[in-house]
Design a protein around this ligand. Structure first.
Ligand SMILES: C[S@@+](CC[C@H](N)C(=O)[O-])C[C@H]1O[C@@H](n2cnc3c(N)ncnc32)[C@H](O)[C@@H]1O
Length: 287
């Protein structure tokens, strides 16, 4: 069979994605072609302008990738990679794919860490998933000591690989429950940060990528979505020294609920934070 134009292949994949209800259809088609051809998006554009073609073997491989994405498998599961701040994290089935809005939550934690007067401040990430927030702190605040806990053994396969790549000697990862992890650090941490599962059990997400591919343990937080947020607040009170900072990511509609919970639990300076699209997505508080 003759070669087919790369541009046609990408456009036809984009049309298929659009028909499957994928909003970022053209970008996803380009990123899958980049993954197959091991090139950047800029390089892909040059290839397209120069009239590059795909032989039948490449077309068959591309067809397999496109079929998976059209079935709404997350792009990051297909490529095996998710980008978070300066990190390229390994992800796949069993681990939560880190989201862009969590980069802002990591920034709050990094800012709080940089403001501490301590030489080697301790920060703890509760429910670390791929390790996104913990490894952002470890790589961007090199004088800090970072600790992270994850409960899911399936997720830990990816977390461990990401810690091996980026963790250095200032990052410690354990498998366990955030409710009782790191007793040896009680009263010593400067920052506790968490993006916990917070979706109410009955609110099944509409996005098929989330509903069918993100782990349940990463998504659902009990009847009102607040179960794990309660645990995070309790653990953070145990782990932080007086004056230490807690940062919690939550759903857009939960800001008031989380603020009230924290105020009722004795936290001071409880503040809501917006993401880049001006939605309330995180709360910080001081012990
Ligand atoms: C929404 S995901 C966030 C993952 C990562 N921090 C991020 O921002 O991309 C929540 C994570 O908490 C973990 N988790 C849920 N309950 C936990 C518990 N009781 N103890 C430890 N980890 C827990 C889940 O397995 C999941 O990896």
């Amino acid at each position: 069979m003759s070669n087919a134009s790369l541009q046609e292949q990408v456009e036809s994949a984009a049309a298929r994605f659009e028909a499957a209800g994928i909003e970022s259809a053209l970008v996803d088609a380009e990123l899958l072609a980049c993954h197959l051809l091991d090139c950047s998006r800029g390089e892909l554009q040059s290839k397209i302008i120069l009239g590059a073609t795909m032989d039948s073997a490449a077309r068959a491989s591309f067809e397999t990738l496109v079929g998976r994405r059209a079935a709404r498998e997350p792009l990051q599961h297909i490529t095996g990679k998710a980008y978070f701040r300066s990190l390229e994290l390994r992800v796949g089935l069993g681990v939560f794919v880190p989201r862009p809005e969590t980069e802002g939550v990591a920034q709050l934690a990094i800012d709080a860490l940089r403001l501490t007067a301590t030489e080697e401040p301790i920060a703890i990430d509760l429910g670390t998933g791929s390790g996104a927030i913990a490894l952002a702190m470890a790589t961007e605040v090199s004088n800090a000591k970072i600790y992270a806990v994850e409960k899911s053994p399936e997720a830990m396969v990816f977390t461990s690989a990401n810690f091996a790549r980026y963790g250095g000697d200032n990052a410690t990862l354990i498998q366990g429950d955030l409710a009782d992890a790191f007793q040896e650090l009680n009263g010593r941490a400067s920052v506790v940060v968490s993006n916990p599962p917070y979706i109410p059990n009955r609110m099944i997400p509409r996005d098929l990528e989330v509903r069918n591919f993100d782990p349940e343990l990463a998504l659902y937080g009990g009847d009102d979505g607040m179960d794990v947020i309660h645990l995070v607040s309790d653990s953070a009170r145990r782990l932080l020294h007086s004056g230490g900072t807690l940062i919690i990511e939550h759903a857009e509609i939960q800001s008031q609920q989380v603020c009230q919970l924290l105020l009722a639990s004795g936290w001071r300076q409880v503040r809501a934070h917006k993401d880049l699209t001006m939605r309330d997505r995180a709360v910080s508080a001081i012990k």
